[in-house]
Design a protein around this ligand. Structure first.
Ligand SMILES: [Zn+2]
Length: 98
C-alpha cells in the first residue's frame, strides 16, 4: 500500500474532463500522468474525437501557450454534449434547439 489515493484508471469521460482542465491551465503532475496513461491504454477514445495527436503534443510539450482555442472548444462541446445527454436521461426535456 502506498496510500496513494489518486485513481490510476480513469475512464474516457474523466479523461476528457481532465484534458479540458489541462487546457484551462489547472493541472497537477498527477492529472497529467493520468491523461498520458489513459492515452496509452485508450488511444481510440481521443482519436475518435480527433484529439489524440494534439493532446499528445501538448502533454509532451509543457508549454500551453499554443493551445488551440479550437481544441478547447471541441472538447468543451463533447463534455457539454455528454452532460446534456445525462440531463436528458434525468427527465429534463429540452426544447428543440434547431
Ligand atoms: Zn478512453
Amino acid at each position: 500500500m502506498t496510500g496513494e489515493k489518486v485513481e490510476r484508471n480513469i475512464n474516457c469521460r474523466q479523461a476528457l474532463h481532465r484534458v479540458y482542465d489541462f487546457l484551462d491551465g489547472e493541472i497537477t503532475p498527477e492529472t497529467r500522468d493520468q491523461i498520458a496513461r489513459h492515452l496509452d491504454k485508450c488511444a481510440p477514445c481521443l482519436r475518435a474525437f480527433g484529439f489524440e495527436t494534439e493532446i499528445r503534443r501538448l502533454l509532451a510539450d509543457k508549454c500551453r501557450d499554443k493551445v488551440p482555442e479550437e481544441l478547447k472548444t471541441r472538447i468543451a462541446a463533447v463534455i457539454d454534449h455528454e452532460d446534456k445527454a445525462r440531463a436528458a436521461v434525468g427527465g429534463v426535456t429540452e426544447g428543440a434547439e434547431l
